[in-house]
Ligand binder design. Structure first.
Ligand SMILES: [Fe+2]
Length: 132
């Protein structure tokens, strides 16, 4: 059974964001299910993917003057810092720390972040008729 199931609760109605979020969920699941050797590689891939995912949202916020830009960008940075800290541990062979982060923290964080900050951004993008 995958760690995270893609559900309608995550769906924002904007392919621009939903496609990246689906990739994120798939990559979290793949990392969770990986053996220790693959886990290291996939954890790095997850950091790279998440950085690109957040950069894209940050650019959208800047381009459309999203009012809650500061708060949302700060939350992205907080998560990137966390991922980097755990990557350092994983790189040193402390795989169990990375596994605990993936299992116990990321699914809960993603559910809350999508439901609050990302859904507010999606509503804003629709309101300003943003098209990629
Ligand atoms: Fe976000």
């Amino acid at each position: 059974m995958p760690l995270m199931d893609w559900s309608d609760a995550y769906q924002l109605g904007l392919p621009l964001m939903d496609d990246t979020h689906q990739e994120f969920v798939a990559l979290v699941n793949k990392t969770h299910d990986a053996n220790n050797a693959d886990f290291k590689v996939l954890f790095t891939e997850l950091l790279t993917h998440t950085q690109a995912h957040f950069d894209k949202e940050n650019q959208l916020m800047v381009a459309t003057k999203f009012p809650a830009l500061g708060e949302h960008q700060a939350e992205h940075q907080r998560v990137i810092n966390e991922l980097k800290q755990f990557k350092q541990r994983v790189d040193k062979g402390m795989i169990s720390f990375g596994r605990a982060y993936i299992k116990d923290r990321l699914p809960e964080w993603f559910a809350l972040h999508t439901k609050t900050m990302d859904s507010a951004l999606a509503v804003h993008l629709q309101r300003v008729n943003y098209s990629a």
